[in-house]
Structure formats: C-alpha cells, structure tokens
Write a protein that binds this ligand. Sequence first.
Ligand SMILES: [Zn+2]
Length: 208
Amino acid sequence: MSTRTVLQEGTAAAEARAAAALTTEELYRELLRRIGEDTMRDGLAETPERVEKAMAFLTQGYAMDVATVLNEALFEVEYDEMVMVRDIEFYSLCEHHLLPFFGKVHVAYVPSGRVIGLSKIPRLVEMYSRRLQVQERLTTQIADAIVEAIAPQGVGVIVEAQHLCMMMRGVEKQHSATVTSAMRGVFKTQMQTRNEFLSLVRHGGDEI
Ligand SMILES: [Zn+2]
C-alpha cells in the first residue's frame, strides 16, 4: 500500500466521521424538532446558534481553574480578623435538568497569615457557578478552594438559591430559598466564630 493510498483512506474515514457527527448547532436544531417545533419558522432560525453561544457562556467555568482565577492575588497579612464578602450574586445551571438556579453566596474566612484579593472571591464563585452544578457541591467547592489557596484558620460559605427546576415544575413553592452551608476550621469548631458569621449573613442586606 502506497503512502498516498493510506492518506486517501484516512481522509475518507475522517470525512465519514465528520458527516455522521452533528455540530452543536445542529444538535440544538434537532432538539427543537424533537420537542415539536417548526425549526424553519423565523423566530427559531437563529435559535440554535444563540443557544450554543449562551451555553458556552454559562459553562465557561470549565475552562478556568483556581490558580488562574486567583492569579497570585494572595497577600501576606498580620491581622486575624474575619474577612467577609456577602451577597455575591450567582447564576448556575442544575446538572439534573439544565435549568437555572441562582441566588447569593456569602463567604467569610479568618486568615492565618494570608488573604485573597477581595475581588477574587466573586471570581471564584463565578468560576464554579458557570459549570453544571448542584448547590451543595458549589458550596463546598468554594470553601475548599479557599482552604487550599491560603490555609486560613477557617472558612464559612453560605449559598441561598432558588431553583427554576423546582419552581417551574411546581415541586417547590415559589420564592422559597434553598440554603446550604460549608464550614471549615474555626467556623466548624468555634461556635462564636460561626455565630458571628451567621449573624453577619442574617443582619445585612435584603433577603432574596
Ligand atoms: Zn434540577
């Protein structure tokens, strides 16, 4: 078999595979067809392309990692008072239904020689929420990333969220929020620290 023949066969096989595989846009068009829509009508003509872009945006957290997000914005400090960033807005997609859940994240930690640049904590929340998630894992991933990054005395994370997969399907009363928390270090072992955090969460800002 000559080199040329091998190359031609390789190309033909690749073309056959490419024809069999749908593009993401085609997959969304097929999805529209299967839910009974007329994919040719004006309103839907550009929908597959838009959905592809929207999904890429909503799941861009997969292309990010903690090291890049924190970008060495870690600083040495002397103090050991609680640092808190509250009411961080987030929007995520539940991994069971691909429907949005959204709300607020409250993050606090007691440093042990190092702190994270304040603007980086919302970025961390964004990174984990722009992936397919469950609320419990989102909560623990944020806490564990901070533990890993600066080894603080402790971390507390509370997430309050509303889940459209429950609200739209009538599983849950509208406007009720699901609350999850992850406590690490002194937030787990010292009641005083935990209570200070919980009271800061409760007594500032509006309820969602
Ligand atoms: Zn769901």
